[in-house]
Design a protein around this ligand. Sequence first.
Ligand code: LLP
Length: 383
Amino acid sequence: MISENNIKNISKYKTPFYYYDLALLQQTLDVVNAESSKYNYHVHYAFKANANSRIIQTIKSYGLGADCVSGNEVKCAIENGFDSSKIVFAGVGKSDDEINYALEKNIFCFNCESMQELEVINELAAKQNKIASIALRINPNVDAHTHKYITTGLEENKFGINPYEFETVIEKLKTLSNIKLIGLHFHIGSQITDLSPYKKLCTRVNEINSFFLHKGYDLPIINVGGGVGINYHEPDKEAIINFKAYFKVFHDFIELRKNQQLHFELGRAIVAQCGNLISKVLYIKNGINTNFAILDAGMTELIRPALYQAFHKIENISSSSKSIVKYDVVGPICESSDCFGKAVELPETKRGDIIAIRSAGAYGEVMASKYNLRDDVRSYFSE
Ligand code: LLP
């Protein structure tokens, strides 16, 4: 819910912009830390979800590690004070420059996604006279039952090393003296709202963990990635997800040995609900079958509905009209996919009304583009 006070605050700023509730972010982080520390689990924040500096500084102050997928994310984490011993670096296409930079900064672990990448990291580490710690990112072939664009753990997806490659990888590792295998990494997808895929993941992790032990690798790190979903339909009812149930699934189903640490990489569940995209209605177009509310924000500010047909709750936060009208809520960009929601029920809406697009703190601002030569998107914070 956007409070009366915040609505007053919001009306001061020129739209469109992201409006973040830092108090909610802090409450969320309190819960993450309380629930994960019950089991001594280690949580890394997935920078890709939101790299706004106030957001990452807040997250850093709670002691989380960083999960990065590019050299610039590693740099951003280090510049914002994240301890390099808590930085993990994943991604199917790490460039030589990115690997060299991460090696120079002595990050905690590279999550390696292919055989060839193992060889390249080994070669670059040798040139720097270092031994790189690596985890194998494994494709566990577990269906996350989420949108196909954000499913990552199936054999058809480009991510990770497949189990049929394990024997060859183990042989290869014996020849690579500048990398040290310290763990196994998994990530099956994003916006996973039912916890049962995680139970399946735990079963696969147990099998693979035993396989590696049997081959002589007693690995200290198991990283199960992130992906737990949030409630886009009722953001006020469930502003903070049930982290207790989430971490408990792993506690109940994963079999760790005494020397093994469990790591997580959470993005969306930490930052999604604390961000709203605030926009103004530019025009109303009433048609025979369809009314349009045309906003000054579009897919350039928030691409999720256009790219994944994602649902975001849309609210008119300035109208006090009692009559409800259906609108297709669209942006100004020259693309028909530039639509935030079809037949959205809103109080009768007019030019100048303020619209909040909710739950936009994850994969919103960070995925903004300049298509149509749009201005950079701004951000403000609730006081
Ligand atoms: N770890 C790895 C290896 C990942 O690839 C991701 C997300 C995460 C952790 C964090 O996942 P999260 O907890 O945020 O679900 N742009 C899409 C989401 C892409 C997710 C990519 N990987 C969206 O807007 O839904």
